[in-house]
Write a protein that binds this ligand. Sequence first.
Ligand SMILES: [Fe+2]
Length: 262
Amino acid sequence: MKIAWLSDLHLVVPGSDLPRGVDPAHRAQLCLDDIRARHADADRLIITGDLIQLRHTGAYGLLKELLEDMPMPAKLLVGNHDDRAAFFEVFPHMPHELGYVQSSEVVDGHQLIYLDTVADDGKHHGQLDSVRLQWLDKVLSQCDCPALLFMHHPPAMVGIPALDKMRLNVGDQALNEILQRHKHRSIHLFCGHVHRSLSGTWGGFPYAVMTTPHVGFALDMQQHKLLPADEAPGYGVIQSLDNSIVVHTQVSSGFGSSVFVR
Ligand SMILES: [Fe+2]
């Protein structure tokens, strides 16, 4: 099984001012071109939320256009910048459960679970209430194969104060209790939101966070405001090999120059 993984596109309505002078659509396109050229055999393209910049709901149409040429099915999650109602207007066939942008499927012997962690109060932190948690508990009971759980907000502290304030901090303990009930399965979490690639364990479960094609956040472990980082657009590739799961981060080719290019 192979998955191409993008996160945090932050697309804006065409013609608007570009955040920090960077065109998110151009950078997303570079990554998508790369994925199409190198990983057309991926079973899925998964985008873990913040598909658009806050209030740029017209940019869902742009996303639909960007995805039209992709050879693999796309699964989209929402993040704190997204708008569920506007999302479903443009992507009415995207699976959903109980009004949330969440679903589950088995692909090549792996259960892929897409979980909606957007807070009900519209704030930037993540939330899981009893409705979403009960649904997760139910789908985790449905099979015994390895589970890959995709969600926008990481439940873990990552050591960057500005982001730790906005992690999944409502329902995180209950989430861990549910995962513990199913720990006979291999469960791996995959998150966005941090605009940096990192990995670790949370409450005994491995997790990975993928960088963004858009503007990254600096590895600043002191300040309480988010600082941008001048980094190249990137995406991830997840692959199951034998009895393992490997997560690669790839900087988009076609961005800047390389000493290795002749
Ligand atoms: Fe984001």
